[in-house]
Design a protein around this ligand. Sequence first.
Ligand code: SF4
Length: 739
Amino acid sequence: MSAASHYRICPLCEACCGLQVQTEGGKVTAIRGAEDDVFSAGYICPKGVALKDLHEDPDRLRTPLVRRDGKLRPASWDEAFEEIARRLPAIQQAHGRDAVAVTVGNPSAHKMSLLLYFGRLAKALGTKNVFSASTLDQMPKQLSAGLMFGHWLSIPVPDIERTQWLLVIGANPIASNGSLWTVPDFRGKSKALRARGGRLVVIDPRRTETAAVADEHHFIRPGSDVFLLAAMVHTLFEEGLVRTGRLTPHLSGLDALRPALAAFTPEAVAARCGIEAAAIRRLARELAGAERAAVYGRIGTCTQAFGTLSSWLVDVLNVLTGHLDEPGGAMFPKAAAFAANTMGVPGRGRGITTGRHASRVSGAPEVFGELPITCLAEEIETPGPGQVRALITVASNPVLSAPGGPRLAQALEQLDFMVSLDIYLNETTRHADVVLPGLSPLEDSHYDVAFPQLSFRNHARYSGPVFEPPAGQPPEWQTLLRLCAIAQGLGAMADVLALDDQLVEAEVRKVAGDNTPLVMRALGSRKGPDRLLDLALRSGPYGDGFGLKPGGLNLDQVMATPGGIDLGELAPRIPEVLRTAGGHIELAPPLLLADLPRALAELNAAAAPLVVIGRRDVRSNNSWMHNLPLLAKGPFRGALLVHPADAARCGVQDGGAARLLGAGQSVAVQVEFSDALMPGVVCLPHGWGHDLPGAQLALAAERPGANLNAVLDIGARDPLSGNAVLSGGAVTLMPARTS
Ligand code: SF4
């Protein structure tokens, strides 16, 4: 086979960089950033290069596995599906639909196939027990955006190329390249911001890589972002700095805000936050006074007991200072496909609802159709009607990624049946009875379904498969449809292509009504995600309207443009973007105001002497990249960072072994001194702990690291969003020998 060059959108993190993949003889020979990508312009990080390692990883599953005599053994696809058809419907029939739970993990957001078809599986199962990684790190932002703007993914993002003042709270975009904000090469963009005279301010308990290049950095006590943000809002009111400008006629609830936040003065919150009152006031004034400014809060603001309040206050600040929906401020992207805030009647909708049902054991409310993933273990363990007896996991590893992992691992052993769709036999899927492998990202076509809704610039990009999938291996969308068929009692041999036709026709009917037959014909012979994508593009805001808007987008056009089509800088979208019932920006949703007394009660609570936070490394992303040689080599990245003063107090040594205790569990850690931490805070990345028996991640197991989530309280959640509390858990540190 001759050498060839292929365009591929990187599926490994939210930055969605365009890559150029060189191949020869069926092998990847080089991967570099695609210079002509309209969105990422040649940027690449080490993870992108490691796509070759992922594709070639000998531990990546290529054959289904079925448990026989207690051991997972290779099986044919037919055998695997027949095993599922034999066991899953029997559980549904005997114990009801809620007896089968389903979880979906972060990698599904990066696979068109999984993202477009997972929801169909959840629907076909008809279970209330739907769990995802969203309740580990992002549900608070989705909930606050839904309450304020009317849809879960109407999340404003900083207009980084035009802003002059950017406040980053609880985020490290130099390592992540954005999260709920798709912004490849944040380092370059932040450098450009400062070169044009702009200012970058970072608030974080650690002097992160982003803080290190900022103009100003403040340490903050983990879990206290809500107090800082509330005090900044308070300052705006108190000092007459509220300027809502063009948005004024579109606001609801402004009058309720000031009294609701009256108690959160900078002086009242300063000690709790660890930031002086004068600095809080100055930041509020600078934000209000800047011509083009934005506030961006991320993981740290979400993964705490007041995640939804914090996420809400970030956007309240953007609104009250006149920076929401303004160039250089926090703006709403307009995606070419799949964005709910481009559908229906512009400017008005149904808003969102939570709590339509609750988890059986803890009574945690449903949010966005999901229950908190930290409820999964108790739903399996607790007998009674509705007990979870079977589980399907899709690209999900909650044993490492969710608090209480060891308890969940024990609970998984109690299940009557478990199925996993995954590319690895990892710490969670090792418990399954049937494991169905997914394709390598290089064997799949791709269009980012979610991330253009969060991107710093509007665009449409598609990449086809670099390699043919292995003979006989179905793409994930077909595997999911076959699971749907089994869940609906249609058996393992159902015609999934006919099922796909039915679901596409139902989608077409929503947008085309009586013209459905015409549109179905226009969609041609494509199947699966590509056909859904063509429908979404053509009926989307830039689409060709199936001929009604000549020159508009369709999939043929996007496919014919490797490197993508630029759809321009972000533009103001209010009121058109709103989907709240009243057609306003809801500044004071009752659900959030009712949670403020809880925050006030916590304001003066005694702080734990030592708390733990997570961290992001550019060579890692959650639990699944530690088996790739390019990313695993070099210094160990899973050490516990400890401030020297805390180390002296706890008696641990730089480079030494120690035990970290929390939530009744302890893990062995390797200590690394760091004066980049706020004293009283230790820092351990999550996603490690690859020393569990039965997993097949040989390289990761050589330096397994410690599972942060083992020492976090499985019951600690933000009650509004159900999000786990990952930041600020109380811990004890001691030398290994004293444990
Ligand atoms: S930043 Fe790295 S991992 Fe993320 S999309 Fe770009 S190349 Fe891939």
